[in-house]
Design a protein around this ligand. Structure first.
Ligand SMILES: Nc1nc2c(ncn2[C@@H]2O[C@H](COP(=O)(O)OP(=O)(O)OP(=O)(O)O)[C@@H](O)[C@H]2O)c(=O)[nH]1
Ligand SMILES: [Mg+2]
Length: 393
């Protein structure tokens, strides 16, 4: 410590060096700083003390986060892989883990014990070069949304996913299982039935309110004043489909997220065909045909065709497959690149290689939808599912 500091500051510095915990050290540093006179000679000391305080604050914050995590149980975060992350959801013992084995060959334990699966386990399902990540997960039960049996972590896992496969036990009142699951998910602001509109509100720090799209029963300025009445002064808002102003209000208040889902009615090996048909019909009616329902037997790996699973999720998630063609060899890659609907040629180039993106000249597209195929196109050409693309850089 330089000698030009007053005695009071020196005494306080002693306290800093004696402090044991990060909290004590931070407090002592703050005290010390308040006693350091501000002039050219102390600039460096002040700067260093502030930097140290910054490090301590970060340390304290991280510790706090860790403590909170320990209190609320393990985190169920699973890093995404492939085109989309799909979670297996269902009540205990419905056969999620057995289904996981059929879909991905990942050997998760399947047993008669309820709550056998305690943590999410990921695996990969492949179809014509497209990969879906499937995640076996702990059961959802009444009370999951209140934290029962790690329910909050399971619901967060679902919320962060791209879609779900619901596994029902055909023998245990499947409609009741759907109701319970929908209720628990709704508590977590997740809905499974697609609305005939889509509203996205993205809050911002500045720039005012920008509205893309319209509602049938209100003007742009009415929407703006609704947002302002909820304290939203800067936001982008996208409206697609048949929305009303009260739908916008609902979105501000509850911000439900829609998750595309498929229902598997499992264990049909234990039932006759008539009973299975009745269950399927009842389920479809209850769901207003808004969610596809398939019979299955996980134990025998008798499942609906994988094509239907992939086609459903790709369509619902608005993803397209684009196949690259090598300009030198003319070989078309079997594994497509997966892009969002309405992506442009340049987005595909970016996905393939940064060099193709930076040095992009033009591309050739092969597709039955084009009058001339291949067609030479520029970087802004909009791609469609199934297009074959050759990028020239
Ligand atoms: N008959 C029949 N039994 C099945 C089928 N699928 C699973 N089972 C049985 O049902 C029980 C539960 O299967 P799991 O795969 O452990 O079910 P889970 O949904 O993963 O259960 P938890 O992890 O405990 O939530 C096991 O005894 C399985 O053998 C099926 O298609 N038919
Ligand atoms: Mg399981």
């Amino acid at each position: 410590m330089p000698a030009n500091l007053p005695a009071e500051a020196k005494a306080k510095w002693l306290k800093v060096s004696e402090a044991k915990t990060p909290e004590e050290k931070l407090k002592a540093l703050r005290d010390f700083l308040s006693s350091v006179p501000r002039h050219k000679g102390t600039e460096r000391i002040i700067m260093q003390a502030r930097r140290q305080m910054g490090i301590l604050r970060k340390q304290i914050q991280e510790e706090k986060k860790k403590r909170q995590q320990r209190k609320s149980g393990p985190s169920f975060f699973i890093e995404k892989e492939g085109a989309a992350q799909i979670i297996l959801v269902g009540e205990p013992n419905t056969g999620k883990s057995a289904l996981m084995r059929c879909l991905t060959k990942v050997n998760t334990i399947s047993s008669e014990n309820a709550f056998e699966t305690r943590r999410p386990i990921p695996g990969i399902l492949e179809w014509k070069g497209v990969y879906l990540q499937i995640v076996d997960s702990p059961s959802i039960v009444k009370g999951s949304s209140k934290g029962f049996m790690n329910g909050l972590q399971v619901l967060t896992l679902i919320k962060n996913s791209d879609g779900i496969i619901i596994v029902l036990d055909a023998l245990k009142n499947p409609l009741n299982q759907i109701k319970n699951i929908e209720n628990e998910l709704k508590e977590a602001k997740i809905i499974l039935r697609k609305k005939n509109y889509k509203i996205v509100i993205e809050k911002k720090r500045f720039g005012g309110i920008n509205i893309f799209g319209r509602v049938k029963d209100a003007s742009e300025s009415e929407i703006q004043s609704l947002l302002r009445s909820y304290g939203i002064n800067h936001a982008n808002i996208w409206i697609k489909g048949e929305a009303t102003i009260s739908n916008i209000e609902e979105q501000i208040l509850f911000s439900y997220t829609y998750k595309p889902s498929i229902i598997f009615i499992n264990k049909i090996d234990l039932l006759d065909k008539d009973s299975i048909d009745k269950i399927i019909q009842k389920a479809k009616m209850y769901l207003d045909n808004k969610i596809p329902v398939f019979p299955c037997s996980s134990i025998r790996c008798e499942l609906p065709e994988v094509d239907r699973i992939f086609e459903f999720f790709l369509k619902e998630l608005e993803l397209i497959r684009v196949y690259t063609r090598n300009p030198r060899t003319g070989v078309i890659e079997r594994k497509p690149i997966i892009l969002r609907k309405n992506s442009k040629v340049i987005d595909a180039a970016k996905m393939v290689h940064s060099r193709l993106y930076k040095n992009f000249k033009y591309a050739k597209i092969w597709s039955p939808r084009l009058r001339f195929s291949p067609q030479k196109v520029g970087k802004d050409f909009v791609l469609e599912d199934g297009d074959i693309i050759e990028i020239i850089a």
